[in-house]
Structures are given as structure tokens and as C-alpha cells.
Design a protein around this ligand. Structure first.
Ligand SMILES: [Zn+2]
Length: 350
């Protein structure tokens, strides 16, 4: 396993997120990544390095997945926020107004608050002084992980980065995510000559951004196993009847499961997902690796135990594909390192 870790992740340090009418401390913290990195080092699981992608190559890759006006906004949002009032530097920027269906999305508002809403879908994702730089370096980790496995240098590579990515769409942030790392990895695999790329999202929450990005494409199969959106975030996407559209019809598979699902039932869904990836004849795999499926996760509702994650890694290895793992959720901070590395170590050993 080669791990690309984000040396700038700590620049993104949200102070608060909106939760049930209160500003509460962010669940998505820098300590999460530190625990995974420490566990990787403790178990000596292959090489660890930081990304070396140059700015021009990274910009070109970002522009393949995200819209120009969204990228421009995110890059400059913090400076705009502080320019409104220097005292804003002491507060994270959070959106509070959004366009409802039927309202205009084509006219770019001048108001900063309006653009925050136009380019987001929740108030749980604080934009901070270092969010752009951290997210950008994280995207580089994902792209380099994909390139490494495609070149055959390693069978598996791990992009250890935060903020996470799978909720971010072409032109919106949300769910703690700004740039869609899994989508960037999938596109990097396509660009390196892989013809049929599968994305397997095992985070507790539906990978709505990844699904939306590839929804009308037949060259990238998206599979997500997640909490049923009727009760679980992100609520408005992730149902079983979403199968893709246009050329992409049949190339999206959602496997929603009820809150409280244990490993036996979850693993049956994983096997269905892997069967679909086999039937698709994928020649490369991206795994959006969230471990908020853990029984002790504070914001999720499945019941996987630490030992179960080894089986997850073995099952994924059974697909026998070059595999780029992308770090996503997992908020039981003390166990996030153990659970994540259990997947990777078992993958490597299989
Ligand atoms: Zn999640």
C-alpha cells in the first residue's frame, strides 16, 4: 500500500457546524487524520509520502470535475468573507439561504451570502481560512493515488486526506466536502487509459456528489452502500431507483440499508455491489472509504465492529483490481485509525 497523505489538511479547521438549531463543534476534525496516519506508521503499512503534483496539472484535473465558477468562488471565498468585515476572520463562513426549485441558479449573485447558498446544500460545512488550500492538496493526493495504481507501481494506494469529498458536486459543497476526491481519482484513472472505472462508496452516507457527477456516463459505474436517505443524511438522493440517466442509465447502483444494520446484512450489500462491479468488467476501482459505518460512530447508525473491517478489505481485494482508496468519513476519532487501517492491511494481505 502506498499512502499519499495531505500535509496541509490541518489548515481546514472548522469551528462550528449547524446542528438542530445550535452551532456545535465540528465532527470533522484534524485529529481524525492524525489517528489514521499514526496507525499506518505503527503497522508499517507501506510507503508514506505527500503529493508532488504541480499546480497546472492539478488545476486541469479540478476543471474536469468542477465548474469554473464554483472553483473561482471556493478559491476566493475566505478573502471575500473577511473583506466584508475584518471581524469575520474570527468566524467560519456558513451558508444560511439557498435557491429553492424554480428560483434562478443561472444568474451569479453579487451578494456573498447568496453565492454561499448557490454553491452549497447545507449549513454543516464551514468554510475557513485554509479550506481551499487543504482541499486542493487533498485532491492532489487522490489524483496521485489513482495514477500510481493505474501505472501498476502498486496494487493499492490510499489518499489519506481531509476535508472529505464524496458529498461535493460539480458546483456545490456540503457534508464537510469541497472537492470530490473520489470523482477526481476516477477521472484520473480514465485519463491514464483505464476504460471502465468503478467507484465503490462504503461511507455511511450516500455519495451524492459522486453519483451526480457520473450520473449520465457509462464509463464510470458508481455504487454506494449507505443509510437509507428517507431517514439519513444527505436525505435527498441515494434511493434504490436511481439507476443513472441517458448514456449512464444502468451505471449507478444504490444499496440503501436501514439504520441499525449489522455487518452480516451490510456485507451482503457489499457482495451485491462487488458483483455489479464484476458484471461491469471494471478495469480499475476507486473506494470511497468512510468508516462511519462503525458501531461507535457518533453521527451514524450501522453496527460494524473493528474486526469486521478486515473482512471488508479482503472482499474488496477479491475484485482483483488496481484500487485507489480515498479517505472519507469516520467520526469515532479514537477508532478511526484502527478501522481504516484494518481495511487496508487486509486488502494488502489478501
Ligand atoms: Zn459519512
Amino acid at each position: 500500500m502506498l499512502t499519499l497523505h495531505n500535509p496541509l489538511h490541518h489548515l481546514h479547521q472548522g469551528r462550528h457546524e449547524m446542528f438542530r438549531g445550535h452551532l456545535v463543534p465540528c465532527h470533522e476534525t484534524a485529529q481524525r487524520l492524525d489517528h489514521v496516519l499514526a496507525e499506518l506508521q505503527r503497522r508499517a503499512l507501506g510507503a508514506l509520502r505527500t503529493p508532488a503534483l504541480d499546480d497546472a496539472a492539478l488545476d486541469a484535473a479540478l476543471a474536469q470535475i468542477h465548474s469554473p465558477r464554483y472553483l473561482r468562488f471556493i478559491e476566493h471565498a475566505w478573502d471575500e468573507w473577511v473583506a466584508l468585515d475584518p471581524a469575520n476572520a474570527e468566524h467560519d463562513a456558513l451558508p444560511s439561504v439557498w435557491p429553492a426549485p424554480g428560483m434562478r441558479r443561472d444568474v451569479l449573485p453579487e451578494s456573498f451570502a447568496a453565492r454561499m447558498g448557490l454553491f452549497s446544500f447545507d449549513a454543516g460545512t464551514p468554510l475557513t481560512a485554509g479550506s481551499w488550500r487543504a482541499a486542493r492538496a487533498g485532491a492532489a493526493c487522490a489524483i496521485e493515488a489513482a495514477r500510481a495504481v493505474s501505472a501498476g507501481a502498486v496494487r493499492g494506494a490510499f489518499a489519506l486526506s481531509r476535508p472529505p469529498g464524496h458529498h461535493a458536486g460539480t458546483d456545490f459543497f456540503g457534508g464537510y466536502c469541497f472537492l470530490n476526491n473520489a470523482a477526481l481519482a476516477a477521472q484520473a484513472l480514465r485519463d491514464s487509459g483505464r476504460t471502465r472505472v468503478a467507484v465503490l462508496d462504503v461511507d455511511y452516507h450516500h455519495g451524492n456528489g459522486t453519483q451526480a457527477i457520473f450520473y449520465e456516463r457509462a464509463d464510470v459505474l458508481t455504487v454506494s452502500i449507505h443509510g437509507d436517505p428517507r431517514t439519513e443524511y444527505p436525505f435527498f438522493l441515494g434511493h434504490a431507483d436511481e439507476r443513472g440517466a441517458g448514456a449512464g442509465l444502468g451505471f449507478n447502483l444504490n444499496l440503501p440499508l436501514p439504520r441499525g444494520t449489522d455487518f452480516a446484512r451490510w456485507r451482503a450489500a457489499l457482495c451485491l455491489g462487488l458483483d455489479a462491479i464484476r458484471a461491469f468488467r471494471a478495469d480499475a476501482l476507486v473506494v470511497a472509504l468512510g468508516v462511519d459505518t462503525f458501531e461507535g460512530d457518533p453521527i451514524s447508525g450501522f453496527r460494524l465492529r473493528s474486526d469486521d473491517y478486515g473482512q471488508v478489505g479482503r472482499d474488496i481485494a477479491g475484485a482483483a483490481l488496481p484500487t485507489a482508496f480515498i479517505f472519507e468519513g469516520g467520526y469515532a476519532v479514537a477508532e478511526v485509525g484502527i478501522n481504516t487501517v484494518n481495511v487496508l492491511e487486509a486488502f494488502d494481505a489478501a
